[in-house]
Design a protein around this ligand. Structure first.
Ligand SMILES: Nc1nc2c(ncn2[C@@H]2O[C@H](COP(=O)(O)OP(=O)(O)OP(=O)(O)O)[C@@H](O)[C@H]2O)c(=O)[nH]1
Length: 212
């Protein structure tokens, strides 16, 4: 049977409650948008396979609760991420200011070499904008991250940002990948192990799942 993917990566969405993490994920995996805000409890994940540079990458995307009270749980997921989206809402100055705090959490809990992208979501909310695009660009530059303004509502830059983070993770793991691909099976052991792990750990596509 043809292999379904070559490698599996874990990406993580973090940021304040209400910035649109769940909506970004639903737009990317299911092309859906929900206007109601049902806060994520703990963590949840969805999967999607995309092809980047001829490599079939299965991405497991973890959506974390932004609410303070779940942070002991959510931080436990940082250490197994290869890529992280730091998300703020362009209509909330506060969520932008908090990016510094999210970056310091990543520095403390995520593995060294984790790839990061800064996302300013709700770009469709121009009337309510509190954070200029240049502010986003400036902050991303300070931390050496790529930056996208997105809208889960209008589907702006969703595929682009997920593809870019996947590319960055692939580039960062290029050597390991080249090594693994010389194996007879021509399939990444990492992927199989991680897939099994994912099954054991939780739901493949439930909407809001309690992990506490
Ligand atoms: N206008 C607009 N609204 C959005 C966008 N993305 C999300 N929202 C709305 O923002 C609210 C919060 O979205 P969620 O995706 O649930 O936010 P979250 O970051 O996952 O929140 P927590 O689970 O509490 O951490 C919902 O009412 C969404 O409809 C967007 O791009 N544009």
């Amino acid at each position: 049977m043809a292999k379904q993917y070559d490698v599996l990566f874990r990406l993580l969405l973090i940021g304040d409650s209400g910035v649109g993490k769940t909506c970004l994920l639903c737009r990317f995996t299911d092309n859906e948008f929900h206007s109601s805000h049902i806060s994520t409890i703990g963590v949840d994940f969805k999967m999607k396979t995309i092809e980047v540079d001829g490599i079939k990458v299965r991405i497991q995307i973890w959506d974390t609760a932004g609410q303070e009270r779940y942070q002991t749980i959510t931080k436990q997921y940082y250490r197994r991420a290869q890529g992280i989206f730091l998300v703020y809402d362009i209509s909330s100055e506060r969520s932008y200011q908090h990016i510094m705090k999210w970056v310091s959490d990543v520095d403390e809990y995520a593995p060294e070499g984790v790839q990061k992208i800064l996302i300013g979501n709700k770009a469709d909310e121009e009337q309510k904008r509190q954070v200029g695009r240049e502010q986003g660009q400036q902050l991303a530059k300070e931390y050496g991250m790529d930056f996208y303004e997105t809208s889960a509502c209008t589907n702006l830059n969703i595929k682009e940002s997920f593809t870019r983070l996947t590319e960055l993770v692939l580039q960062a793991h290029r050597k390991e990948l080249d090594g693994l691909q010389t194996h007879a099976s021509n399939e990444l052991a990492l992927a199989e192990l991680e897939e099994e792990d994912g099954k054991a750990e939780g739901p493949a596509n439930s909407s809001k799942t309690c992990w506490c």
